[in-house]
Design a protein around this ligand. Structure first.
Ligand SMILES: [Fe+2]
Length: 367
């Protein structure tokens, strides 16, 4: 590097369609094999036995299964714990084998198979396996995006006191007046404002805590969407909604996690969105078409199911399916970048800035 910026002539440059990665599937057998391999190795100093499941076209920095989303498996043997860790990434985890508990930002979560929870940014996290089987967790985070921006920050500590310090630093704040109360915002013409520095360094906060969606509570409620009659034009799922994400409808500020429950023989319509989606199919089977590629999958497979802006649709096999979908939808809404085409005949809409697409749910509401 000679230290000089490059001056690139882009005169008359025309818009180009985004490139998309092809879909990829990591099969159940491969995932189960990795869990056993991780358990067979010597315990690392920090207790974190982990594998990053990386798309073949991913490049560093920011290795993930989608350009901005990683999928990692972490394993603990019975009796093991991790050290305390935290990062400025945010994640969603599904426990896929065994049981255990987590302490996340001072909250204790006991979990079994198929329970899902979120880990907010900078919250101290410790995992323990108090069960008799291996514990395996599948975690999705926005770390690749932060690594691409070269701002991913993480730390770990052995001392239990550090967990308390980190937790206390999250909660501390001035009970008295804030400097911004003495620094008025100045309106100018046509709805624009001038905002003093005191607001820049002390923005309004939104409380964000670890929340858990236990499978024993979620599973019976999925009947509501699975049983919607034939001809329904929406998708049979619930978002695992964290109210901290407000109108961005997320589980973390970057992702929603949704759980879908489909009966057999349903074929969704081809569509596309700028949010990227990863599906963990944890029950049943089915097939998908993604950018023209046909893929078959079954319970336990993990798939980059919708690279951003790739045309795709999914269809359930004879016994239906269950899936966990991770999609960077709230991030896209926050950036005003969530373009969406619900069918390929619909116009491209910018969701969150204009009225979105309508399903025919009213026809099924009282049936
Ligand atoms: Fe989709």
């Amino acid at each position: 590097m000679d230290g000089r910026a490059r001056l690139i002539d882009v005169t008359g440059e025309k818009p180009e369609a985004p490139e998309t990665w092809p879909s990829v599937i990591i099969r159940r057998e491969e995932i189960e094999g990795e869990i056993e391999r991780l358990a067979d190795e010597a315990r690392p100093d920090n207790g974190v036995r982990s594998v990053n499941l990386v798309h073949p076209l991913a490049t560093a920095p920011g290795l993930g299964l989608a350009p901005g989303i990683d999928a990692r498996i972490e394993v603990l043997k019975p009796g093991e714990s991790t050290v305390v860790r935290r990062s400025n990434g945010a994640s969603v985890t599904m426990n896929i084998r065994g049981e255990g508990h987590a302490r996340i930002g001072g909250k204790t979560i006991d979990f079994v198979e198929r329970d899902v929870w979120n880990t907010p940014s900078m919250h101290p996290v410790v995992y323990t396996n108090h069960g008799s089987d291996l514990q395996a967790r599948l975690t999705f985070s926005n770390r690749p995006m932060l690594e691409k921006l070269m701002v991913f920050y993480a730390e770990q500590a052995d001392a239990i006191g550090e967990e308390e310090n980190w937790f206390r630093s999250l909660k501390e704040g001035s009970a008295g007046p804030r400097a911004k109360d003495s620094a008025p915002i100045v309106p100018i013409d046509d709805g624009a404002f001038l905002m003093p520095y005191e607001h820049l360094v002390d923005p309004d906060t939104v409380t964000n805590e670890a929340l858990v969606w236990p499978w024993r509570v979620v599973e019976p409620k999925l009947a509501n969407v699975r049983m919607i009659g034939d001809g329904y034009t929406g998708r049979r799922l619930y978002i695992l909604y964290n109210p901290a994400t407000e109108r961005r409808n997320g589980t973390t500020h970057s992702f929603f996690a949704s759980i879908a429950s489909y009966p057999g023989g349903i074929v969704d319509r081809p569509h596309r969105h700028s949010s990227a989606a990863i599906n963990y199919w944890f029950g049943g089977s089915g097939r998908s078409t993604v950018s023209g590629d046909k893929l078959e999958w079954k319970a336990g497979d993990l798939m980059l199911s919708a690279p951003g802006w790739a045309i795709h649709n999914h269809a359930s096999g004879p016994d239906g399916f269950y899936s966990l979908t991770i999609q960077d939808h709230p991030l896209m809404i926050a950036q005003e970048s969530l373009i969406w085409q619900e069918t390929m005949k619909d116009p491209i809409k910018n969701l969150g800035t204009q009225i979105g697409f309508q399903t025919n749910i009213a026809e099924f509401a009282h049936s």
